[in-house]
Design a protein around this ligand. Structure first.
Ligand code: M6R
Length: 606
């Protein structure tokens, strides 16, 4: 949600802090702020502005003091609107201690009441401000030891948080803490970084340290100390970041989303390397797939749609029953789980709170956890028994594209593997699927080579008020994903339906000129004709039908051709034109493609 950056070292801190914020702006973008120590013991220099980071940058000018440390924040509002006052950093009443936060402090009201009684004056409506006042008091009781104060404060907080604090009495030091919210350390040479995501410091260092749950980190230019909440020093778990700064830059594309759409062949190819003929023991971590009697996939948003496709593949190829659950709903209905239940959380970020909480619930009830994730070192894979990493690289646009395609192929790889282990796949189907999966990157390329006319066609529907998406079988989750993309980006009413369900109600939405996108099942498949009938039904009521499939549909108003593949794999190809439609519609309607309104990339609150 919010983006968090801290820097301490030899450089003028404004530059790495601002650069970090620019790279993290996708996480939250309704206000931004920076705190820099100027003179030891003096008030901190603070600037913050509502709106995008550009608003803050616009007021910085030449008056920014030189400082060798600083913290910065981009916000996605939870408590209190996106105003200058509610923007982070928040400061104590002396103006010497600044704090930035991602997450939600659930007991902030009682803390605030107590702190006000003790004389603290609040200036914002945020939950965060209670923490800075609390930290200020704790620091005094610890004779200025900010890390010790942070440990005490964390014990008093309920909820989720990444916190970074800096005090002007000890300006080279930044102290951070995390619970259920991401924080990584960037290890530099004579400089160190803290951030919610490695993208913030990737152009300075590729060395990173993972931080665990309820850990406090204390950095200066030459030292990094990690402790638990009781002050016990913990060992560092350092890793090397495998992608470079250019992966987090637009590289000539007008938007990250378009760049990421075009990166899909590579993302899928990278995810497939060495895996089409089986997953290693390391990945499945000794989970006995033969003993599994039920699979439950938990995910949110786009990842949930990947899970829906996964259900079709796992049920058919591995002959086991699969439920797909919205992670935010799962634990609240207290589902039946046992040691033979395999739970598969799917998450690009690995930090989605709804998914993490569902994972923890399942784990505490004895399930085995096998996650699919795109972010090395993030919380979801760390809490799983096994993990299948996708290799989409950093996805910066809020709307997920390349991560989705890699989640789809991860589901196919897993289904195939499980089918092999359980002996439920015929050798012929096994060989055909492995071959067809390996051909997907080339076929995605082919789709991308032919999308230009679709962009032009999309612009014709710029003023439509609604767009419907129809699909059957794996085309149904594809339709849902197409509708989600359009809602996110074009702020337009869009819904996905199972083709056969239309006649049970939704067909009433069809009016003269309603654009309907039909995801046609592969030619000659059982469902192709059924879907063709569903298209006739909407055409008869005035719909303009754009059919996406491996053969032209004569009754469609427009046809978009994609290459033929195995019917289960078709979403990987069919969703690409849907991404392009959403992208083009957002551009045509003048919307912010990479940072659509009200959204954030990584949703770390429940
Ligand atoms: O990081 P995750 O994959 O767990 O995120 C899940 C959803 O929040 C995410 O897919 C969201 O729906 C995307 N913005 C959709 O484009």
């Amino acid at each position: 949600m919010c983006g968090i950056v801290g820097y301490t070292g030899k450089s003028d801190a404004l530059s790495p802090v601002l650069e970090g914020l620019r790279r993290l702006e996708y996480r939250g973008y309704d206000s931004a702020g920076i705190a820099l120590p100027t003179q030891p013991g003096e008030k901190l220099w603070i600037e913050k502005r509502s709106g995008k980071l550009g608003n803050l940058e616009g007021v910085l000018g030449d008056a920014v003091p030189k400082s060798h440390s600083g913290i910065g924040h981009t916000r996605w509002a939870t408590h209190g609107g996106p105003t200058d006052k509610n923007a982070h950093p928040h400061v104590d009443n002396e103006g010497k201690l600044a704090l930035i936060h991602n997450g939600i402090i659930e007991n902030y009201v009682e803390l605030r009441n107590e702190l006000e009684k003790r004389g603290h004056v609040f200036t914002s409506e945020t939950d965060t401000e209670s923490v800075v006042h609390l930290l200020s008091d704790a620091r005094k009781s610890h004779n200025g030891d900010l890390a010790a104060a942070m440990r005490d404060v964390c014990k008093e907080l309920r909820g989720s948080f990444t916190l970074l604090a800096i005090h002007s009495d000890d300006p080279e030091r930044i102290v951070g803490a995390r619970r259920n919210s991401p924080l990584v350390v960037g290890v530099g040479d004579g400089e160190n970084f803290l951030a919610s995501d490695v993208a913030a410091f990737i152009s300075h260092t590729k060395r990173a340290l993972e931080l665990g749950q309820d850990e406090v980190v204390d950095i200066t230019p030459l030292s990094i100390t990690v402790t638990d909440l009781n002050g016990a020093v913990l060992p560092h778990n350092e890793y090397e970041i495998s992608w470079d700064a250019s992966a987090a830059e637009r590289g000539g594309f007008p938007h990250f989303m378009l760049k990421e759409i075009y990166e899909q062949p590579k993302a899928v190819a990278d995810t497939l390397i060495g895996r089409t003929h089986g997953l290693s023991e390391e990945i499945t971590a000794g989970i006995d797939l033969k003993a599994i009697t039920k699979v439950v996939i938990i995910a949110c948003g786009t990842a949930y749609h990947a899970g829906m496709v996964g259900k079709y593949a796992i049920e058919r190829w591995a002959d086991v029953s699969v439920d797909v659950e919205l992670a935010s709903e799962y634990r609240y209905r207290e589902p039946s789980i046992d040691k033979n239940t395999l739970v598969i959380p799917i998450s690009q970020s690995g930090e989605t709170m709804d998914t993490l909480m569902a994972l923890r619930y399942a784990k505490s009830h004895g399930a085995k956890i096998f996650s699919v994730c795109n972010t090395n070192g993030s919380t979801i894979p760390r809490e799983s028994d096994g993990v299948l990493y996708t290799f989409a690289g950093p996805e910066i646009a809020v709307a997920s594209t390349k991560a989705f395609l890699t989640q789809l192929v991860a589901m196919y790889l897993f289904a195939l593997h499980m089918g092999r282990v359980r002996g439920t796949l015929s050798p012929e189907l096994d060989a055909q699927l492995a071959q067809e999966i390996a051909e997907l990157p080339g076929k995605i390329e082919q789709v991308l080579e032919t999308v230009e006319p679709l962009r032009e066609l999309t612009r014709k529907f710029k003023d439509s008020t609604s767009m419907l998406f129809l699909g059957r079988h794996v085309g149904y989750p594809t339709a849902l994903e197409g509708a989600l993309k359009l809602k996110e980006l074009a702020y337009m009413h869009a819904e996905g339906f199972a083709g056969g369900e239309l006649k049970h109600g939704p067909i009433a939405l069809i009016d003269e000129g309603t654009p309907v996108i039909a995801i046609m099942p592969t030619e000659n498949s059982l469902l192709n004709e059924k879907m063709a009938s569903n298209v006739q039904e909407v055409k008869a009521r005035g719909a303009i039908v754009i059919a996406i499939g491996d053969a032209d549909l004569p009754s469609a108003t427009h046809n978009i051709r994609i290459p033929h593949t195995h019917e289960f794999l078709q979403p990987v190809l069919a969703v690409v034109p849907l991404q392009v439609i959403a992208y083009e519609m957002a551009v045509a309607r003048g919307n912010d493609v990479d940072q659509p309104r009200n959204l954030a990339k990584s949703v770390t609150v429940e």
